[in-house]
Structure formats: C-alpha cells, structure tokens
Design a protein around this ligand. Structure first.
Ligand SMILES: Nc1ncnc2c1ncn2[C@@H]1O[C@H](COP(=O)(O)OP(=O)(O)OP(=O)(O)O)[C@@H](O)[C@H]1O
Length: 272
C-alpha cells in the first residue's frame, strides 16, 4: 500500500500540489486526470522523489519514503520506474543498450561506471523487449524508431528495473491513436500480469476510463475526484476541466459520451 499524507509542493507562493492525501493499494491501475497545470506531473515526480515535497509524507508499506537518503533513496527510485512523454532514451544507442540502462541500479557503482552488463541482464532485457514485441529491433538505434516503438523501449527499460510501481507521466501524449493503444495495452498487461501498480497521468478521459480501475481528478493542486471511471459524471468532468456543465460541446464531455457509449456496448455484449 502506498500512502500519501498531506503532500504539498510549493513553487514560490503557489501550491502546485496542495495537501494531497491518497491510499493506493498494490496492483491498482490508477489514472490521474485534470487540466494542464493541475499538478499531475509534480505529484508523480514527488512519488519518485525527483521533486522534493515542501511538506507531507509518502509511505510505502509504512516506510517513510520522504525521509530516504543515499542507497535507500536509490533503491526507492529503482522501485518506482518513471516513463515520460518524451521517452528519455539515448537516441544514438541501440535498443538493447537503452533497455540495459534500466539494470544500472541493480549493479555495483564500479560496474555502473564501465557499463558492464552480465548475461543475466541481457537475457532479462531481451525477454522484456520480446514481451513488448520489440525483440526484432534490439540492434537498431533508438532514434530511428517511431514514437510508439520508442515508448515500448522505455517501458522495457522500466520493466528490467523490476519496479513495484510504474509512474507514467503522459506516456501517450506524443503518440497517434494506433500507438496510443499499443502503449496503453502494454501498460495494462504489465499491471495485470506482473501485478505492478501503474499510476498514469493522462489528458485523455476516454483512454483513462478505458484502462484504469480508478481515476483521481486534480484541479489547482487538489484532489477533487477519486472514484471508478463509471462514477465520473458530466458534472464532475465539467468541474474538473473548469467548464460549465451546460457547455456540453467541450472535448472532455465528448469523451464522457464515448465512455457512456462503450459502457453501453459492453453491457449489450454481456446480455448477448
Ligand atoms: N519547476 C517549477 N517551477 C515553478 N513552477 C512549476 C514548476 N514545475 C511546475 N510548476 C507549476 O506547478 C503547477 C503544476 O504543474 P504540473 O506540471 O505538475 O501540472 P500538470 O497537471 O502535470 O500539467 P501538464 O498536464 O500541462 O503537464 C503549474 O502551475 C506549473 O506552472
């Protein structure tokens, strides 16, 4: 169980994340939604300790993550793999080497310096790539791959870290619809088959509702919604995106219509 207690991040006189408290059971697939600037990225970065909280605590199985330093902090970062919108790969290196970089946290400082990888590391990296249908591209320079392929390399790199939690910050924001589906399917499979908790910042409500067990809505740094996708009503979505419910033509509400339609389709399939 990951517990967040009164977590706050201040930039100047503004709270980017404002006294957020949440409990996330192990193995959940969580979508964090909300308009740009709501505080989603800052929250995720604090969970990985890439950003230092101004106040509040993060606890994992009752261990205070906010107090970790040195080796213990490095271990926590290994346990919480990040995936970014822009992939954060080394473009001039081949696919396999990029994935192997995810093993660096498992090695001694000396081996890290010489970037020496064992046979076991290589077997893990190839297995992760094969799981993501990327095994045939392992010798290719990553800068020559499509966005969707690069994101799958980034997911393979996260997997070989053997994390407990994957924190994905807008993983599909740069992708076309087909690659969006491939990447979200991959994250979903990892969540279901490996039991890894996935916490994913998403702009797209329809995608968030389709893949996540739970949606956390943020506005102005605060959690304003925390429930199943089915509980996300038109009014709540309008509130979340700072629009009037009556202005139902807005993008967020169109997405809600799509969710309602897919729910209806699912219900029909069950009856049939
Ligand atoms: N390093 C920083 N210095 C100052 N202000 C920051 C910094 N990082 C984020 N902010 C501010 O904190 C607020 C929350 O930003 P954050 O990136 O967490 O939002 P977000 O919901 O992830 O938005 P987006 O979807 O556009 O990425 C914004 O007002 C942003 O300008």
């Amino acid at each position: 169980m990951l517990r967040i207690e009164g977590l706050t991040k201040r930039f100047g006189d503004r709270n980017a994340v404002d006294t957020v408290s949440l409990s996330i059971p192990h193995g959940e697939m969580v979508g964090i939604i909300g308009r740009s600037g709501a505080g989603k990225s800052t929250l995720l970065r604090m969970l990985n300790r890439l950003a230092e909280p101004s106040s509040g605590r993060i606890l994992c199985e009752e261990r205070d993550v906010t107090a970790l330093k040195g080796t213990a902090l490095r271990r926590w970062r290994r346990d919480t793999a990040m995936i970014f919108q822009q992939f954060n790969l080394v473009g001039r290196l081949d696919v396999l080497t990029n994935v192997l970089l995810g093993r660096l946290n498992h090695r001694s400082a000396a081996l890290t310096l010489v970037k020496s990888f064992s046979e076991d590391d290589k077997i893990r990296a190839i297995a992760a790539l094969e799981r993501l249908d990327m095994g045939h591209l392992l010798a290719q320079r990553t800068e020559t791959l499509s966005g969707g392929q690069q994101q799958r390399v980034a997911i393979a790199r996260a997997l070989v870290q053997e994390p407990r939690i994957i924190l994905a910050d807008e993983p599909i924001a740069s992708l076309d619809p087909r690659n969006t589906q491939v990447v979200m399917d991959a994250l979903f499979r990892i969540n279901r088959e490996h039991g890894i908790t996935v916490i994913c910042n998403l702009h797209d409500l329809d995608i968030a509702a389709k893949y996540c067990d739970r949606l956390i809505g943020m506005a102005a740094g605060k959690v304003v919604f925390d429930d199943t996708p089915q509980a996300l009503t038109r009014e709540v979505a309008a509130d979340l995106y700072g629009i009037e419910a009556k202005d139902a033509g807005a993008e967020a509400l169109d997405a809600l219509d799509a969710i309602a339609a897919s729910e209806a389709r699912r219900a029909k399939q069950k009856i049939a």
